[in-house]
Ligand binder design. Structure first.
Ligand SMILES: Cc1cc2nc3c(=O)[nH]c(=O)nc-3n(C[C@H](O)[C@H](O)[C@H](O)COP(=O)(O)OP(=O)(O)OC[C@H]3O[C@@H](n4cnc5c(N)ncnc54)[C@H](O)[C@@H]3O)c2cc1C
Length: 559
């Protein structure tokens, strides 16, 4: 019965009270669901081809399509709408310290692990370019949901650190590399696949881990007994943690399993889960080590040297994660503008919206181009190329600084392209916006990564020469680029702590430009030069630079 019909009196008909329909929907875009993020990302394909991976691009297609599917996007939404829950005790009062996740979290994890995003490049028979291929996959898949990238990335990054102790690597690496997602706390030997985390940060010091007060006392059987409180440890249901603690010889790195080889629970208590701004699908815990048992990784007293190999890999993934978040925000913005009319014109035809979208697009293309360059440096470095390792040592912290720092600004602008709808949860944009600052904080926050760029220069001055040799390859082509390169030489020649951000920013902008000049269509490189190395615009779109080529490249096309 209609509302109007219910109001009729004897002798009156419903038609006398018919209320005009108010809910015809027009001028709203169709959902972006079921798009192909590889298709609308020529910059990614060009970078893969540039670094010798064109033959494997199509292997990424099924993963990309799944990342853009309605199913994956819905799992991403659900995993964040239903955050993990800590259960400290079971119904009988036994201490269990377990975290329960929504089935959608497990769905996302299962897909990521089965694709090898957590470990594939570490396989003994991994082909050349395996890091680059995995980086592209991680970037594409992260566009479905960001939070589960945390345990995937930490597991991936734990392997090179673990290899500082070959006997531990022999026990745990096969499980970490296995392609099965096997959730639950059981001894490593009884599981089809393992996941790893890192436990460094304490209340009194996160960046400055030397301030750690957690202790690890050596025991007669070669293990260590760990006591202390960790203020942040994400993914606490992972099977093992690379933990920093003070031994008699100083700060050391230890492997701490959640379940001991004899099947008993290790004394690792979960005090609380953090109530976070974003990253809702992922659990981040406060941990109490109450005499937990661990085994030394690497040399005693040289814990930073061991764990830094893990940190540099997770930093790479922060860059990829930020690039992914910016890219999916751009896809939403470009898609919306292509379907929405205002003032008699489709938004993406209006000059100013074209300038805004061009600016977002060129930021995204430069970010993924640089991320792929660094991933290829990991591949070459792993195969013994010293110069590539030098480039990575200097450029990775700077890139982590700059690309992650840009993400909140870029995503905020993309969100606004959707107007009011962009501010509403259902659009998915608020989730991206809340996620964005995190990648700039963990694994070295802004100042710390900028200062680490300086540290690389001080400790390994050769790194500057390697970088400049790369940048000189395109010198002389464009006056704006040459000017930026001169400024970078000046900063590199006289590094000062208070200018660490300026140096990191100059380094990244110059490197991004050089890559675009080498690989991107002329108009894309020109847009970057005009918007990033020229003029004095301070907000996105403010240079007024518009690029038809760019908008055509990045606007999603749906089958
Ligand atoms: C959601 C979430 C999950 C996390 N998960 C983990 C985890 O799994 N494992 C883990 O170990 N940690 C984790 N962390 C912790 C994270 O790595 C730290 O918060 C981060 O390293 C910063 O440390 P801090 O919080 O102690 O801040 P501080 O070190 O006190 O830094 C505060 C500010 O000072 C700046 N600063 C520091 N030193 C200098 C300097 N010399 N000069 C100028 N500025 C400086 C920093 O850039 C920062 O802006 C997580 C954090 C978050 C938010």
């Amino acid at each position: 019965m209609s509302y109007a019909a219910g109001m009729t009196q004897p002798g009156e008909s419903a038609a006398d009270f018919a209320i005009p329909a108010t809910h015809q929907v027009s001028n709203q875009p169709p959902p972006l669901d079921d798009f192909d993020p590889l298709d609308c990302d020529p910059a990614l394909r060009e970078a893969l081809a540039e670094h010798g991976q064109s033959a494997r691009i199509e292997e990424l297609r099924p993963l990309a399509r799944q990342a853009g599917s309605a199913t994956a996007r819905e799992h991403g939404r659900l995993a964040n709408e239903h955050p993990p829950v800590l259960h400290s005790h079971d119904r009988y009062g036994h201490r269990i310290d377990e975290v329960e996740f929504h089935p959608s979290w497990h769905w996302l994890m299962e897909r990521a692990v089965s694709e090898g995003l957590h470990a594939a490049p570490w396989a003994p028979d991994a082909p050349a370019g395996a890091h680059l291929h995995r980086a592209a996959g991680f970037y594409l898949w992260s566009q479905a949901e960001a939070g589960h990238g945390c345990p995937i990335s930490m597991t991936f990054a734990s392997v090179p650190a673990l290899r500082h102790s070959p006997e531990l690597a022999e026990i745990y690496e096969p499980g970490l590399r296995a392609g099965s997602y096997d959730f639950g706390l059981r001894p490593a030997a009884n599981k089809r696949g393992l996941l790893a985390g890192m436990s460094m940060t304490e209340k009194q010091g996160g960046s400055d881990v030397r301030a750690n007060t957690t202790t690890a006392e050596p025991l007669a059987d070669g293990s260590y007994r760990i006591v202390g409180h960790k203020w942040f440890t994400s993914a606490p249901m992972n099977d093992l943690f690379l933990t920093l603690a003070q031994t008699p010889a100083g700060l050391s790195c230890l492997l701490v399993p959640r379940v001991l080889p004899d099947g008993t629970r290790n004394a690792v208590r979960l005090r609380r889960l953090k109530d976070k701004l974003g990253n809702k699908s992922n659990a981040s815990a406060e941990l109490e080590y109450e005499g937990a048992i661990g085994w030394l990784i690497g040399e005693e007293g040289r814990g930073v040297r061991s764990i830094i190999d893990m940190v540099s890999m997770t930093r790479m993934d922060c860059v990829l994660g930020s690039a992914a978040n910016m890219r999916v925000a751009l896809s939403e913005a470009a898609h919306h503008a292509a379907h929405r009319d205002a003032f008699g014109s489709t938004l993406h035809r209006t000059p100013l919206m074209r300038a805004v979208l061009s600016d977002l697009a060129v930021e995204s293309e430069a970010a993924i181009g640089l991320a792929m360059r660094l991933a290829s440096a990991i591949d070459r470095g792993q195969r013994g190329d010293r110069a590539e390792l030098d480039l990575l040592r200097l450029a990775l912290p700077a890139t982590k600084y700059y690309v992650c720092k840009r993400a909140p600004t870029v995503i905020g602008e993309a969100l606004e392209c959707l107007g009011g709808n962009g501010y509403v949860e259902e659009s998915g944009m608020p989730r991206l916006y809340r996620e964005a600052p995190l990648l700039s904080i963990w694994e070295g926050s802004g100042n710390v990564t900028a200062l680490d760029t300086l540290r690389a220069l001080h400790k390994q001055p050769d790194t500057a020469e390697t970088l400049l040799a790369e940048l000189d390859r395109v010198a002389g082509q464009d006056e704006r680029y040459d000017r930026s390169l001169r400024k970078l030489r000046e900063e590199l020649g006289e590094p000062r702590e208070e200018r660490a951000r300026a140096l990191a920013e100059r380094l990244v902008l110059t490197l991004q430009t050089s890559l675009l000049l080498r690989t991107a269509p002329k108009e894309v490189a020109e847009t970057f030069l005009a918007t990033r190395l020229d003029g004095d615009a301070h907000t996105l779109g403010a240079t007024g630079t518009r690029s038809d080529v760019l908008l055509d490249r990045v606007t999603p096309r749906k089958d």
